[in-house]
Ligand binder design. Sequence first.
Ligand code: PMP
Length: 330
Amino acid sequence: MEYAEHVIDLVGDTPLVKLGTLAEGLSPLVLAKVEYLNPGGSVKDRIALRMVEAAEASGELRPGGTIVEPTSGNTGVGLAMVAQRRGYKCVFVCPDKVSEDKRNVLKAYGAEVVVCPTAVPPEHPESYYSVSDRLVTEIEGAWKPNQYANPNNPESHYHSTGPELWQQTDGRITHFVAGVGTGGTISGTGRYLKEVSGGKVQVIGADPEGSVYSGGTGRPYLVEGVGEDFWPQTYDRDVADEIIAVSDADSFHTTRRLAGEEGLLVGGSCGMAVAAALRLAKRLGPDDVVVVLLPDGGRGYLGKVFNDAWMSSYGLLPPDSTGATVGEVL
Ligand code: PMP
């Protein structure tokens, strides 16, 4: 018999798949690392597990403790799953703009969700930053992972994502492409790949146009989970050799092509990373092996990227769109 003792033992060891259609006609082999196949549905399961284990080891998180984090997205799901299996409580603080569907996912894992008004500045006592800080001091045994400053975020990738890619490609990976949010993925994975290859692997960040990593000021963009308006501690500025800025339109069109032409129903930041990888691959040769990381699945975005009405409200519908939408079918 072959089975895992706990669902969290299934985090990591995600497969690589060739992007045969989207990269058709390009010289290098272009492979995607499919992180939505993690048990919580995203790359963030990796950091959740390592941050919790490190806090247990350091004594910051004790039996019966409570995890408090201002998140509504993938990190929340990863933390909620790990917390439930390890017997911790979870309180997530999120702004009221977060959809009810997303809040219900966290509640389904047994987490408590505290909703705060979006329309207040971060220093306001009711902002979700202030509320999460207050809860950490008020709740007995509370611990805040703080994914933007926790070194175990990049470390998790140094110890799992990086070695997996090196092994899976038999040491033939030449370029690694990832979107940058907290910077944990690119910093940890990139550092490992540079070290193990003696500096040969090139590391390329993909960033929404307007975000700080590609020289912007934080100008709004629609792709979720990537780009910042500040420089998080988890981002190592020495790792990326290049940052490619990608527009919302390019990100979302590529996301739709991944679903419609590769059978990969993934989120908008995946389309962004693949758009950057394809742009890079155009300049490379037949001996190159490009790996692009796909952080999460597309089901959380059916009302947005995959919905023609939503896309059209932002002027983002692809010019050749047939008008048939996932939204309509649903
Ligand atoms: N895509 C999505 C959907 C994410 O949730 C995140 C995490 N913020 C990223 C990409 C970027 O990963 P990282 O934080 O490791 O830079």
